[in-house]
Design a protein. Structure first.
Length: 728
């Protein structure tokens, strides 16, 4: 079919994003890295991060090879899958890994330069850290749009089965991205938190030495972990969120507008791609607007970042009206308001997260205050705050789902097939709206670990109190932006996962058609699966709350979220135990460490974190792939839909709780370090350090991995739809 000329804006936007990412990288590299000591510390971190990533990619490569063979057998041996699936799966994983690699490479070069710039001014440090974070944001959206554009052109040329087949096949490269992202998030999260917890317990609590003190053997491993977990892992995570939202919406567009004619159907497919492409240009504008002044408070710094993100969000909202109007899609005005619903939800979730995790506000200040009575009250208060903090995001996502659904179908409550299809397309395009300015929102997230590493470099290089004060301000801001980014990521995951549910139905219909399976419609007539609408599908598979398969599937989905979190939390605990024992051994056996005359064995701590992460990440990650396959074979389509709904509801709420509780504990500690309730070294400080160590795996390992889990289960279900049909 003829591809519209306007589509070529998508690959152009991807090239612009990658070009600007390269520009920001080269500008950062021109900055002075500082003193010889600063360069030495940065080199330690860089080598450790790259060594870890190399080992991780070896493990992931083996998993990908096994899955690729399975998909090839399903496609060419059993003929229950599109033959393009194995190739699409590989490219998704490759680009996801590449996004994480480029982001981490930039971060490991940027931290020392940020610390050195902070010697000049707070604004200089903020600009280097933020624009280095922008390299990650622009790389993710650039590679994502490039991958989407390539596959859309290729499949349009070779796949003659129509837009529904093309878009559902493209979804499978989302599974490759999700699989890579899960390994990156889980492995990186275990690595960084094992080092962080070990460094805090022995260094700050037992030995009473400052954070990032060069006498602490786990310090370098902690700084390496910030990069492999919060940069490489997070980049791979949001790459698959970004691609998943665009691809699932494109698939829904093909299904919802199939009866309107090929021209309208094609416009509905490319609309989310165009919104994402325009978002690239507006993200760039927002990035250049971020700046601050010397002596800025936390609220001033947050306002600086808010200017860039809010301007981009407002402009993409306006641009959406123009895009959908020019495409002349049916009910373009309602769909535009669906996008605004997604954007508004992202902003509200971000603001709610900031309120519950920033020490500028009461919830986190109250946790700091609880430190005066000990670690137990800090943990109790943090858990309670995290639980309460789920209320606003859950209600916000619920309202966004209903608004985007109703705006897209013209407030039609009839639940007819056409109404459902258009409403689900609206939910998908709301997810695209939320992620359309990912170039800048991801920059604010990736900024955090760069600022954290800059603070570590400043401490280990003895740059002085004023510089450390500036890097502490940047780091505290990074803690809040990271928490906000995690809330944003899980919010977008909820909308995307809901859109993927509808895509799963379409893929099951395609698999049934390929297998020659007929089905009854709601009137009892025998029809081809390709001709079935959503009510027909739900009726045929008895997808309702009276079907025990649906209920059991929902229970398994909710359980999967808790099982996954429990396994990753325990993995961090086991790795942290080894780190604590090693740091204690070095303090005990290496003469002169605490006096500053001996040299710690940093490499040994890096090795412990690396081995622990490689070993511990495999079982939870493989389990996330196996659960939907097993449920599909045992409980069928109804069970899988229950599984995905249960996993979405349980996983979303649990992820928000863990991310916000962890962020609040971290900033409660930072609040005391800035002088509240006795300051550094006080009883309250040590109590809040314990709370922070509990919160570390909450916010950086288990919590952020959940948004990948709920989407990966959806992606696996879609890719394995042919196998599920074969077991009917």
């Amino acid at each position: 079919m003829m591809i519209p000329q306007v589509f070529w804006l998508v690959p152009i936007a991807s090239i612009v994003a990658l070009g600007m990412a390269y520009y920001f990288f080269t500008q950062m590299m021109k900055a002075d890295e500082g003193t010889p000591r600063m360069k030495e510390i940065a080199l330690y971190v860089r080598k450790g991060a790259m060594a870890y990533l190399k080992q991780q990619y070896k493990v992931v490569g083996i998993v990908f090879a096994v899955l690729c063979v399975l998909f090839a057998f399903m496609a060419y041996g059993l003929n229950v899958q599109n033959p393009w699936v194995p190739f699409a799966f590989l490219t998704g994983g490759f680009f996801s890994g590449l996004a994480g690699f480029f982001g981490m490479k930039t971060a490991t070069y940027a931290s020392a330069r940020t610390a050195n710039a902070a010697r000049e001014s707070l604004d200089a440090g903020l600009k280097i850290a933020f624009r280095s974070g922008a390299v990650m944001g622009l790389t993710v959206v650039g590679l994502g749009l490039l991958d989407i554009a390539i596959w859309f052109v290729v499949l349009n040329h070779f796949d003659a089965d129509g837009l529904i087949s093309i878009t559902t096949t493209m979804l499978t490269f989302g599974m490759g991205a999700s699989t890579q992202a899960l390994f990156a998030r889980v492995g990186g999260g275990i690595y960084t938190k094992a080092a962080d917890v070990g460094a805090d317990i022995v260094g700050k609590v037992e030995a009473d030495i400052p954070e990032d003190d060069p006498r602490n053997p786990a310090t370098i491993a902690d700084n390496v972990g910030d990069n492999v977990g919060d940069v490489a892992g997070m980049g791979a995570d949001l790459y698959e969120s970004y691609c998943g939202s665009v691809l699932s919406t494109a698939a829904l567009g093909a299904a919802a507008f199939g009866v309107a004619g090929l021209e309208i159907q094609l416009k509905a497919v490319i609309a989310p791609m165009l919104i994402a492409a325009v978002g690239v240009f507006l993200s760039l504008l927002g990035i250049f607007l971020v700046r601050t002044k010397e002596g800025a408070t936390m609220k001033d710094l947050l306002r600086s970042l808010s200017v860039g993100t809010n301007v981009s969000a407002i402009l993409i909202a306006a641009a959406t009206f123009c895009i959908l109007y020019l495409l002349d899609i049916q009910n373009w005005l309602g769909l535009s308001f669906s996008v605004i619903a997604g954007l508004a939800a992202g902003v509200i979730i971000g603001q709610a997260t900031e309120y519950y995790t920033s020490h500028s506000y009461k919830p986190t200040q109250k946790i700091s205050e609880a430190g005066q009575t000990g670690a137990a009250t800090v943990i109790i208060k943090g858990i309670g705050t995290g639980m309460i903090s789920t209320c606003i995001p859950v209600i916000t996502i619920g309202v966004a789902i209903m608004l985007s659904y109703l705006c897209a179908n013209g407030f039609d409550l009839s639940m007819s097939s056409e109404s459902l299809a258009h409403g689900l397309y609206g939910i998908g395009i709301a997810a695209v709206g939320m992620l359309s300015t990912l170039g800048i929102t991801l920059a604010t997230d990736a900024y955090g670990p760069i600022a954290d590493n800059a603070g570590g470099n400043a401490e280990m290089s003895s740059l002085g109190e004023e510089v450390r004060h500036r890097t502490d301000a940047l780091d505290a801001l990074g803690n809040t932006t990271a928490a906000t980014g995690k809330g944003f990521a899980i919010g977008s995951a909820a909308l995307t996962a809901l859109a993927l549910l509808a895509s799963y139905i379409e893929e099951i219909k395609i698999a049934m058609t390929r297998a020659g399976v007929m089905m009854e419609n709601v009137k009892g007539e025998l029809i081809s699966a390709a001709d079935a609408n959503i009510p027909d599908f739900m009726n045929f598979f008895q997808v309702n709350l009276m079907n025990p398969k649906v209920i059991v599937g929902a229970f398994v989905g909710a359980m999967a979220a808790f099982l996954f979190c429990g396994m990753t939390m325990e993995a961090v605990g086991r790795a942290a135990e080894k780190m604590v024992q090693e740091v204690r051994r070095q303090f005990r056996e290496i003469a002169g460490i605490l006096e500053g005359t001996g040299t710690p064995d940093y490499g040994r701590c890096v090795e412990i974190s690396t081995r622990a992460a490689q070993h511990e990440m495999v079982i939870p990650s493989v389990l996330a792939i196996l659960i939907p396959i097993i449920v599909g074979c045992v409980l069928g389509v109804a069970g899988v839909l229950g599984l995905l709904v249960g996993g979405l509801a349980g996983g979303f709420t649990l992820a928000v709780f863990m991310a916000n509780a962890g962020g609040a504990w971290d900033n409660a500690k930072k609040n005391i370090e800035e002088g509240a309730f006795g300051g550094k070294g006080s009883f309250a400080h040590k109590a809040c350090i314990v709370g922070d160590t509990v919160g570390d795996p909450f916010k950086d390992t288990s919590g952020p991995s959940l948004n990948i889990l709920i989407k990966l289960m959806s992606m696996v279900s879609i890719v394995m739809a042919g196998l599920t049909v074969a077991f009917m």
